[in-house]
Every structure is written in C-alpha cells, then in structure tokens.
Design a protein around this ligand. Sequence first.
Ligand code: PLP
Length: 409
Amino acid sequence: MALMNENYLKLPGSYLFSEIARRISEFKKENPDADIIRMGIGDVTRPLVPAVIKAMHQAVDEMSQAATFRGYGPEQGYEFLARKIIENDFTPRGIPVDIDEVFVSDGAKSDTANFQELFGLNNILAVTDPVYPVYVDSNVMAGRTGSVNAKGQFENIVYLSCTEENGMKPSLPQTKADMIYLCYPNNPTGMTLSKEELKKWVAYARDNKAIILYDAAYEAFIREEGVPHSIFEIEGAREVAVEFRSFSKTAGFTGTRCAYTVVPKDVKVFDSQGNAHSLNKMWLRRQTTKFNGASYPVQAAAAAVFSEEGKKQIQETIHYYMENAAIIRAGLESAGYKVFGGVNAPYIWFKTPLPSWDFFDKLMKEAHVIGTPGAGFGASGEGYFRLTAFNTRENTEQAIERMKTKMIF
Ligand code: PLP
C-alpha cells in the first residue's frame, strides 16, 4: 500500500484563485452579459517586447540548424545570461556577485518553493502576514509545520502581522526564527522597506544565525529613489541572505518562464555538530540533481531584456502599468479608502468596509470588477483587498469609475 505524504492533509482545501474562479463562474452563469473587469490575479497583460521576441526567434532558428543546435544546457543557466544579470542588476548598484552565485531557473515560484529543501525540518520559519502563499504551503508540504489553528495559522511558523497599525511593515520576530521570508516590493501589500528597515533584518539574521529568503520578484517596479532593489545593498547580507528574482513581471515572462536566484558563497548553514556548510554548494547540488535548466530560447530571450532596446521597451511597459497603479491609488483615495502600495509595486492594497470576501462579492455583483480578498493571503489580510495594475488603461479607468459610483457604503 502506497502511503501518502500526510502533510498534504494540513493544507487548506481550496486554493485562493480557484475559489475566486468558482465564484466568477457562478456569477457568470446568472449574468452572462456582465462586462467583467479582472484585477485579481497578478498576471501581466501586455505582450513580450519586440527585442525579446526578436532574440527568441533567433534562438529558435539556431535550434533548427545542426551547427547551432543546443541540447541540455548547464542546469544553473547559461553563462551569457548570468553575466548580463550581474552586469545589469548588481554591478551598477555596487553589489559584487560571482557568476557561480547566479542560478537561472524556470520561475521564482519554483525557486521559492524548492529552496526550503536545503533546511532541516526543525527550523522555525517566519513569514509576514499577509503573505505570498507559496512560502507557507511549500513548508507545510515538507513537514516543517505542525497543526493548523482556527485562523489557518500553523504551528512552528512565526507570523509577522502587517496591518494599518504598523503601516504594513513587519516587526522583528519576538520568538526565535531560523528561516525568514521577506518579499519587497511586497505581494500583496505593494509596500517596500527602506534601507534602514532592511538593515535591522540583516542584523537579526546575523545575530541569530538565521537566513533571509528575500523575494524581489517586483524589484523592477520600484520608482522612488532610495528604495533598496536588492537585499545585497545592505552590508553583511551576503552572509545571511539569498535573493529570488523573476523575469515574469519585469518583462512579461509569466507564460515564458524564466527567473534566477542569487546564492552567495558566504551564506552558511549548520549541521547538528555546529559545522558550517555552504548553501551555494547545496543549491547547486539540488539543482543539478532535480532541474535540467531553462530552455535555450527562453534564456536567449531573457538576455535580450538587458539589451539597450530591451531595457527601453520594458521600461515603457512598466511605466504603463505604474500609471495604472497611480490611477487606482488616486481613485480609491478620492473614494475614501485607506490605500497602501501602488507606488513601487503593481499592487494596491486597501482597507475594506466589509469582511474581504463580502467585499469581493459586492464588487463582483455590483461593479463587475474582480479583485483579491485580503483574507486569502493570511489572517491579518482580513478587512483588506488587493487590486492589480496589470490591465489596459481603459479597463483600469472603467473599474475605478464603477467602484466610485456603485460601491456606496
Ligand atoms: N514571488 C512573488 C512574490 C510573486 O508574487 C510571484 C508571482 O505572482 C512569484 C514569486 C512567481 O514568479 P514566477 O512567475 O517567476 O514563478
């Protein structure tokens, strides 16, 4: 008899976006003509830019000729892409990154979910609440968490509540934490941490021999000066942090799939005897065993993100989304909502006058606008709601207009 991994039984039954899809489909059955505007799921809407498409076409052509055909590539990614990543994302910020510290992959979702494998099951993790659910669920699957309480919170996880009271910024853990997940710019709140704030986290990790798993998937959306783009801007972070990046939102690669993780050689984890081991070596071992690399055409396309025309075209797209974000922010504020985010991130997070799923239903039924209920991201997300800037200008303006006129409390 094949026995199951019973940790899966601890997971909540319905994934947030399936529940949203179920409610939409029920509503559409009764209202087939409703003109629904979707601002829920965080997926881009604009196509890949021409520079990326051109590079991808060229790479596909190379694959069609025996002389230029490529089979398996290096599991950790082609050097041509890793070099471009370092030259563009780190060197200009004065961050030294070695070529063998960059691991190219097929997504930050898989990287953030897989990375926990390198840690013992007795580690305590800390996550912000609300949080991108992948960090929690992947640790539950691995068996690092205990039972779940009525609020949906797991034993052995320290939840760092982010609410209006603390300006959506987590406080340092009050009890021991070994693996700390931070995501900035944040999904779902759209908020960022300043350098001074990040320094406290790096100091905590150094003092407690903890590791920060830093998800910077939305780094490209930072508009304000002085906001850190990488945890490695903080002195000492190379010894205690790993950083996840993605081409998904930066360059519209959600359906194309490419991301990377930086694992400095200075980061160490310890065995039960207290001996230090290199996390970089462990991740290399893990990736070379379980992953066979992102495809060549995709990596060639990702490299074009860093070409002169690629950078310019991508900035135009990001600017377009961020103008949407500004429209949403201003519209919600003028309608009297307390709003967070949307300045350095494509997410706008706001307080709702109803519990978040009730607000979801009312928004769908009366304004035909879909968003994401904050409660889906954790207990502290109750009473909040997320809208995304990934849409057309027309839809964004329409949605805000409808919210102003139809969502009267
Ligand atoms: N990290 C965060 C915080 C995200 O919001 C997302 C996607 O929504 C991801 C990672 C996943 O990125 P990718 O498409 O590279 O898997």
